[in-house]
Design a protein around this ligand. Structure first.
Ligand SMILES: *Cc1c(COP(=O)(O)O)cnc(C)c1O
Length: 419
C-alpha cells in the first residue's frame, strides 16, 4: 500500500462484534474472564486497550515496521500520554550511568528531561552534539554510547541529520547502541527513519499526527521484535499510556495525514519563497529552499519538506515583538502541526528551558521567529504576515485599529510567562 492508502487502512480491521468501521472508544478499565486467567487477550486497560491498539498498529505500519502480530500484538507501535512520556519510556530502557549522545538542536523539553531529570535520577551522561555534522557525531560517539537521540528536521533551526550515515557510523562503533529519531516534524509521510537504519521512531502525537491541536500524546515505533518486547514491558510497568479517547483522536487525525501534509508542504514552500524575497527578512530556514545548507540531503532523505519555517526578522526584539503581536490569522502559541497556523518566538517561548548560552550557540536569537504553516488559504496567510512586517516597520503594533476577530480578549502583549 502507498502512504496515502496506508494512513486510512494500515493495521485496521472492522470491530469484530458490530463491524464498526472506526474503532469504538473502549473506556472499560477491565475485561471479564471466562475462567481464572482465561480471557479474550484483554485483561486490564493499562496493558491492553482495543482503541489504543488500533492507533498503535496504524502508526507502526506508517513508520514501516514489518513485525507480525505474533512478533508483537501491535506490530511494534506504542501509545503514551505525551511525547515526553514516550521519551521517558526510552530512557527506562537504559541502565543507570549510561552514556547518551543527543543532537544539540532538539525540542526544549527533550533537552530538559535529559539534563534536569535523567542526569540526576538515572545518572545518564548526556553529550549534546551537532549531529547535523556526521564527522562531529562520529567523534562524540564511543563504543560505550548506549543511546543516540536525534531529531530531523530539528527544532527550531530546521537542521537535518543524515539518518543513514549516522546509523551506519553509530552501529560501527557499538552494534548494541539504541538509535532513536524524533520524527515529529517530518512525520512518516516525509521520512521513515526505521527504513534508514534507526531502531526506534519517537513522535509527539500532539503535533502533526493528531493534527488538530486538541490532544496531547506520544508514540514509539520499533521494527525490532526484541525491542518491541522490552518497550511493551516498560510501557505497562511504568504506565504512562495514552488514554482510549486520545488514541481515538490521534487515529482520527492520522486518517487525513496524507492530504494535510501535502497542503502544509505546498503552502510552506510558497511562504518560504515569499519570505526569502522580503526586504525585512535577514534569513529564512526551510529544508525545501535551495539556500538551505542541507537541501541536497533534504531532497535525498525526505519526500516532502513539511510545514515548519524559521526566519530572522530584521531589527531586534522590538521588531520581532511587534511582528508577533500584529498577525491575526497566525495565532501566537507554542506547539505546531495543527490545521491552524501558529507563530512563536523560540527564545522566549518553546526554548526558554534551553540554557541561554546554549541558545546563543545554536543561533536562537531574539529576532528568530518560527512558523507552523497551517492549511488555510496560502494567500490569506501571506496577507497576514504582511501585517506583521508593516507593524515591525512602524512604531505601533496596530492592534487597536485591527482587533483580532473572535480572538481571546486582552491577549497578552508580551509572550513572557512560563518556565
Ligand atoms: C512537542 C514536541 C515534543 C514533546 O511532546 P509532548 O507531546 O509535548 O510531550 C518532543 N519533540 C518534538 C519535536 C516536539 O515538537
Amino acid at each position: 500500500m502507498r502512504m496515502s492508502t496506508r494512513v486510512i487502512h494500515a493495521g485496521q480491521r472492522p470491530e469484530p462484534v458490530t463491524g464498526a468501521v472506526m474503532p469504538p472508544i473502549f473506556t472499560s478499565s477491565t475485561y471479564a474472564q471466562r475462567s481464572p486467567g482465561e480471557h479474550t487477550g484483554f485483561e486490564y486497560s493499562r496493558s491492553h486497550n482495543p482503541t489504543r491498539y488500533a492507533l498503535e498498529r496504524m502508526i507502526a505500519r506508517l513508520e514501516g515496521s514489518t513485525l507480525s502480530e505474533s512478533d508483537d500484538v501491535t506490530f511494534g507501535g506504542f501509545g503514551f500520554a505525551s511525547g515526553l512520556a514516550a521519551m521517558d519510556c526510552v530512557c527506562e530502557l537504559l541502565t543507570a550511568g549510561d552514556e547518551v549522545v543527543c543532537f544539540d538542536d532538539v525540542y526544549g523539553g527533550t533537552n530538559r528531561q535529559f539534563q534536569r531529570v535523567r542526569a540526576r535520577s538515572q545518572g545518564l551522561r548526556v553529550k549534546f552534539v551537532d549531529c547535523s555534522d556526521v564527522a562531529k557525531f562520529e567523534r562524540a560517539m564511543t563504543p560505550k554510547t548506549a543511546l543516540v537521540w536525534v531529531e530531523s528536521p530539528s527544532n527550531p533551526m530546521l537542521k537535518l541529520c543524515d539518518l543513514r550515515a549516522i546509523a551506519r557510523a553509530a552501529k560501527a562503533k557499538n552494534p548494541g547502541v539504541l538509535l532513536v529519531c524524533d520524527n515529529t516534524f517530518a512525520t512518516p509521510m516525509n521520512q521513515r527513519p526505521i527504513e534508514l537504519g534507526f531502531d526506534v521512531v519517537h513522535h509527539s502525537a500532539t503535533k502533526y499526527l493528531g493534527g488538530h491541536s486538541d490532544v496531547v500524546g506520544g508514540v514509539l515505533v520499533t521494527g525490532n521484535r526484541e525491542l518491541a518486547q522490552r518497550i511493551r514491558f516498560h510501557q505497562n510497568a511504568v504506565g504512562a499510556v495514552m488514554s482510549p479517547f486520545d488514541s481515538y483522536l490521534v487515529l482520527r487525525g492520522i486518517k487525513t495525514l496524507a492530504v494535510r501534509m501535502e497542503r502544509h508542504g505546498e503552502s510552506a514552500g510558497r511562504i518560504a519563497d515569499w519570505l526569502e524575497s522580503h526586504s525585512q527578512v535577514d534569513r529564512v530556514i526551510y529544508p525545501g529552499l535551495a539556500s538551505h545548507p542541507q537541501h541536497p540531503l533534504a531532497k535525498r532523505q525526505m519526500e516532502g519538506f513539511g510545514g515548519m519555517i524559521t526566519f530572522f526578522v530584521k531589527g531586534g526584539l522590538d521588531e520581532a515583538r511587534r511582528f508577533l503581536e500584529s498577525v491575526h490569522l497566525f495565532t501566537l502559541a507554542e506547539s505546531l502541526g495543527g490545521v491552524e497556523s501558529l507563530i512563536e518566538h523560540p527564545a522566549i517561548m518553546t526554548h526558554a528551558s534551553v540554557p541561554p548560552e546554549m541558545r546563543r550557540e545554536l543561533g536562537i536569537s531574539d529576532t528568530l521567529i518560527r512558523l507552523s504553516v497551517g492549511i488555510e488559504d496560502v494567500e490569506d496567510l501571506i496577507a497576514d504576515l504582511s501585517l506583521g512586517f508593516a507593524a515591525a516597520r512602524s512604531r505601533s503594533n496596530g492592534r487597536t485599529s485591527r482587533p483580532r476577530e473572535g480572538g481571546p480578549a486582552g491577549r497578552k502583549a508580551a509572550p513572557g510567562r512560563r518556565r
